[in-house]
Design a protein around this ligand. Structure first.
Ligand code: PBG
Length: 347
């Protein structure tokens, strides 16, 4: 009998093995919890998790997001408490999104020295200096038309967009961000940002690029949370077309060539094949974004009592790890860190 597994060929003499045919019993390492622990191929731990947070310049300390139960928009005053809770649970990193008080054509709120995320970064640094701070670098929360790019005379202005993204990245790195994560899907954004950071003496700041970011319907709740739905049109003219997988490899290769230190696939669940393929081709850290719509679906079904939330969430995150992600941006992070701590106490 021979089994073809990848490029490895296994030969076994069935005649020589008394009893059931080889392959009939695959369950011997499933019998007890200890054997399952030994045989486990991958694992989700708190070390893998990044909690996304929405910080609002105006409004109450916490304002709930209807489609994302358990996630609130936080004021700058409420942020330190949330950071402390995450730090206590051992969550290693956050990614920050800002909701500015005012938007304009130049997205000036994105790069203002005292912009909402710049201030939020400083608050994180002060509250939990050991926690990694990642910042989303995009313009859609800051432009009055809700697009990720600067628009001039009705058309996207490439140079101005790269300039605004670079200024944003530099000002956030100056505020103390460890990692900038450009998510505008503007060609050349990684190169422009790397150059601007280096020129500003910020060579230590890492770039995590949203390399394969699809034009997905799963971003709906995020856009409600961040008030960033485009006033007209949509993002299909620059985000990736969902049916394409090979194109994701070109996006990843381009971002790495431009100087990305780590790359991301987003969303996660409908794109696990993409994650797996990108993993096989790249040696840098690889992230997956378990996005707002994915979170909302789980929360809605759990609220109805239709699924076991804990089981489903751990299985989803486990699938993302198994597909090849080194770390996961997920709205479930804080809760999961709590469950994992409980599990390690109770065994
Ligand atoms: C900004 C950005 C978006 C998300 C992350 N960064 C929205 C979008 O591209 O429309 C979505 C994240 C989520 O849905 O959780 N461009």
């Amino acid at each position: 009998m021979s089994l073809e597994m990848g490029s490895v060929r296994f030969e076994r003499d069935v005649e020589a093995t008394a009893g059931p045919a080889v392959g009939e019993r695959l369950d011997r390492f499933r019998r007890t919890p200890s054997l399952r622990r030994l045989a486990r191929e991958s694992q989700v731990t708190t070390d893998d998790l990044v909690q996304p947070l929405f910080v609002a310049e105006q409004g109450p300390p916490r304002s709930p997001i209807a489609s994302m139960p358990g996630i609130d928009r936080l004021s700058l005053g409420a942020l330190p408490e949330e950071i402390e809770r995450l730090a206590q649970r051992g969550v290693p990193a956050v990614i920050l999104f800002g909701i500015p008080a005012a938007k304009d054509a130049e997205a000036s709120g994105a790069w203002a020295r005292d912009g909402v995320v710049q201030r939020a970064v400083k608050a994180c640094r002060k509250t939990a200096p050991q926690m990694a701070v990642i910042v989303d670098v995009c313009l859609c929360e800051y432009t009055d038309q809700g697009h990720c790019r600067i628009i001039r005379d009705g058309v996207p202005a490439r140079e101005q967009t790269l300039e605004a993204l670079s200024r944003t990245a530099v000002s956030l790195a100056e505020a103390g961000a460890d990692v900038v994560a450009p998510s505008a899907m503007a060609d050349g954004q990684v190169r422009a940002i790397r150059r601007a950071l280096d020129e500003a003496g910020l060579a230590e700041t890492a770039i995590l690029s949203y390399a394969a970011k699809y034009a997905s319907a799963f971003y709906g709740p995020f856009r409600e949370a961040a008030a960033s739905t485009p006033a007209m049109g949509d993002r299909r003219d620059h985000q990736m077309d969902p049916p394409n997988a090979r194109e994701a490899l070109r996006e990843a290769a381009q971002d790495l060539a431009e100087g990305a230190d780590a790359i991301m696939v987003k969303p996660a669940l409908a794109y696990l094949d993409v994650l797996c393929t990108v993993r096989a081709r790249c040696d840098t850290p690889l992230a997956a974004y378990n996005v707002s719509g994915e979170y909302a679906m789980v929360k809605a079904a759990a609220a109805k009592g239709w699924i076991d939330e804990r089981g489903v969430v751990l299985e989803i995150l486990g699938g993302i790890k198994r597909a090849g992600a080194d770390f996961i941006l997920t709205y479930h992070a804080r809760e999961v860190a709590g469950w994992l701590a409980e599990r390690s106490r109770t065994g």
